[in-house]
Design a protein around this ligand. Sequence first.
Ligand code: NDP
Ligand code: MG
Length: 395
Amino acid sequence: MAGVLRMQRVAVLGATGSIGTSALDVIARHPQQLCASVLAAGSQVDALLALCRTHAPAHAVIADAAFYPALRDGLQSAGLHTQAHTGDAALQALVASAACDTVVAAIVGAAGLPSTLAAARAGKRLLLANKESLVLAGDLLMQAARTHGAVIVPIDSEHNAIFQCLADGNPAARITLTASGGPFRGWTREHLAAVTPAQAVAHPKWSMGPKISVDSASLMNKGLEVIEAHHLFAVAADQIRVLVHPQSLVHSLVDFVDGSTLAQLGLPDMRTALAVGLGWPQRIASGVAPLDLLAQGGRLEFELPDVDAFPCLALAYAAMTAGGTAPAVLNAANEEAVSAFLQGRLGFLGIPDTVAATLDAMPAQPADTIETLLATDARARTYARQYIARVGGYA
Ligand code: NDP
Ligand code: MG
């Protein structure tokens, strides 16, 4: 009917996480236009139940089957009509079904790939936070989105910034990804050797889940983002530059052939990127305050990253250039190393060491199928775990 907008039904995957919480905050601000129709989490069943009581989705999915009875019974005793599900297949089917128009892909790690790919293959609007799926299977994911007409709106703040700068359709001559520098900016390798998980997750500017916080501290996050930009915006390695910008207000910049550089600025709050994704091409309120540069100190600084103290960035560039299975190896080894670091089984410098050793042991192969990539992911994890068990003594 003319003048009446259809309600946009949104599946929030990783609903209990940092991005999921921010997405639900924005959705709740627009009850006439947006509703959370599917909520999915890993194992935090009580947190998922609490979200179901607030948002009353049609479906809730818990990945860990052990928590399915608690989800089903909890929904029933709360008097909710939400249907309970478990397992990857159920999640993929829901994502592809008429239960949602839009999918917020915010599961952490390679575990997010199957559902992200299912959303692309179903032609959904895909709000892509799960950068690991692009690193692992970027060519296949972008191809699936093109073939099935899925619109990808990147949610990673840098890529969301670039997406906004490229809105008029002209190609980028060069992209500059900004990086906060993380909690250890300016530290030497010697000092980095002794850092603890608590120090690594204490990000100076952004509040995020533990895995991406450690990635930000090691600069692997920026490395993953370089590969992410390569796939999202079809730019080559020599067209992507990284600059450290400690204020985290300029989220990235794009140079055009005519000498213009466009940037997107805003406070470091992921609700802006999520509102861009949910409302695009319209602007909708996100709850984020407007940027007042004077209140923020009136300074915007930029410097080159220290690639000697933080080798992960160079490892990611190397994996991207090698292509094929190399980015999948990089990602898998990094996920294993970060997990071991967070559990106190590996020192901070063991993260780049593990990634470098795994890349050395598994030279790049062609990667045309999802099966090849998943098998590579599994083999790289096995190698990395064995490496960590061997060297972990110096954690
Ligand atoms: P969190 O650790 O805060 O949340 C992760 C979410 O994923 C949780 O809801 C978790 O559920 C869920 N989850 C984990 N494993 C599975 C699984 N196998 N199946 C279903 N759900 C699962 O992470 P973030 O929100 O920080 O990050 C999410 C993604 O977004 C990452 O890929 C990250 O790189 C990216 N991103 C995040 C940013 C941020 O500001 N946080 C910025 C840019 C990108 P449970 O709670 O039950 O464990
Ligand atoms: Mg980012």
